[in-house]
Design a protein around this ligand. Structure first.
Ligand SMILES: CC(C)(COP(=O)(O)OP(=O)(O)OC[C@H]1O[C@@H](n2cnc3c(N)ncnc32)[C@H](O)[C@@H]1OP(=O)(O)O)[C@@H](O)C(=O)NCCC(=O)NCCS
Length: 166
């Protein structure tokens, strides 16, 4: 829960709203391999996110706008390995109708604080395409900094690492 948003574990009932985000060309402009166009593919993705929650007690969340109850995005942390090191990957992705209101910053900041409280000593890493300036802005606003040692090849090209030791 933040000032304007509530976050919770994803459920299958969220699949249609998530599809509305992941099938939007603007959303996947910098990460075209994230495009999802079929509901059943989102349902598979939700099961994957739920699996992480079941194993670790945290993971990618659905983000709801408090004033409308609308699902406006996804944001979360999950374990991943980069160059042999286990890190906490911070992800955020919102529907374009919700952009420009500080929602991504608000949600990502809350999750970073959560990681700092519950998983101190872990490295939080946002993986961002060099052209994705809005995402880089969010990362630096919450205190993440460029950390080229964790740059990595992603499905859509090089992913720049922005990190903070929690
Ligand atoms: C990145 C994303 C989550 C940002 O969502 P948002 O709710 O608009 O973010 P915020 O409002 O919290 O902050 C965005 C900041 O980027 C800035 N910004 C937006 N578009 C920009 C652009 N094209 N170039 C530079 N800065 C930009 C905004 O002005 C704002 O900064 P400010 O607070 O100093 O004005 C959203 O654009 C998105 O979902 N994109 C598609 C998915 C994605 O790329 N996710 C990240 C994957 S690494």
């Amino acid at each position: 829960m933040t000032a304007r948003l509530s976050l919770r574990q994803p459920a299958q009932v969220d699949a249609a709203a998530i599809l509305g985000i992941l099938s939007n060309p603007s959303v996947v402009q910098h990460n075209p391999s994230d495009l999802v166009e079929e509901l059943q593919d989102v349902e598979t993705l939700v099961r994957h996110w739920q699996g992480h929650w079941e194993r670790h007690g945290f993971g990618n969340c659905c983000v709801f706008e408090e004033k409308t109850g609308r699902l406006v995005g996804n944001c979360g942390v999950r374990w991943m390995t980069i160059h042999g090191d286990r890190v906490l990957n911070l992800m955020y992705r919102f529907h374009p109708s919700a952009w420009g209101q500080g929602y991504a910053t608000e949600a990502a900041e809350a999750l970073l604080q959560w990681a700092q409280e519950w998983l101190p000593a872990e490295l939080v890493v946002a993986r961002i395409r060099p052209t994705n300036l809005a995402s880089q802005k969010v990362a630096t606003k919450i205190g993440l900094r460029r950390h080229p040692a964790f740059d990595d090849q992603g499905e859509d090209g090089v992913e720049w690492a922005f990190t903070k030791r929690s």
